[in-house]
Design a protein around this ligand. Structure first.
Ligand SMILES: C[S@@+](CC[C@H](N)C(=O)[O-])C[C@H]1O[C@@H](n2cnc3c(N)ncnc32)[C@H](O)[C@@H]1O
Length: 145
């Protein structure tokens, strides 16, 4: 099974029939996997150079957008996923976290997920005991209150 399919299964309760945003999506493999069970999947990145061409054949809406300054309205998404990207957005993390909370609905969830050492080391530093390992994924869950 594809890694991103495994992750979608793991987070299914916050993905099934929900409106999802993947931030700093790169290839957007996670977004493509999420279309299996999500209601609506959007994803953003600063550029589309690595975007998986499966995106255009699936129900994924990709937009070039800075995650620190999103064009979405407040309270748009149920769940936001940042997958293997934290290291790349670390300098803007405070602004990006604020923006994620703004576009997330009340009681929505942000998942920061890492499998690469660069990301998981930083996650352990940033989230400490709030990040947990499951089946090779380090997962930090931030709930919007
Ligand atoms: C490691 S890559 C993407 C990993 C991705 N999850 C994947 O599986 O391919 C990190 C991505 O973060 C994007 N990025 C960096 N800063 C960003 C920002 N401010 N807003 C949106 N995307 C950003 C980069 O363009 C790059 O595609």
């Amino acid at each position: 099974m594809k890694k991103t399919d495994m992750l979608v299964n793991m987070l299914a309760s916050d993905i099934k029939n929900k409106d999802i945003l993947e931030v700093a999506c790169g290839t957007a493999d996670f977004s493509v996997s999420a279309t299996r069970i999500a209601n609506r999947v959007s994803c953003i990145d600063l550029d589309d150079s690595r975007l998986n061409n499966l995106v255009e054949h699936n129900r994924v809406t990709f937009q070039i957008m800075d995650a620190a300054k999103m064009a979405y309205a407040d309270n748009t998404f149920d769940t936001i996923v940042i997958y293997n990207s934290l290291f790349h957005i670390r300098m803007q993390w405070d602004d990006i976290e604020k923006e994620c909370k703004r576009v997330l609905k009340n009681k929505g969830t942000i998942y920061v997920v890492g499998t690469w050492k660069l990301d998981t080391n930083l996650m352990e530093e940033l989230f400490g005991d709030n990040a947990f390992w499951r089946d090779g994924f380090l997962i930090a869950r931030i709930v919007n209150i």
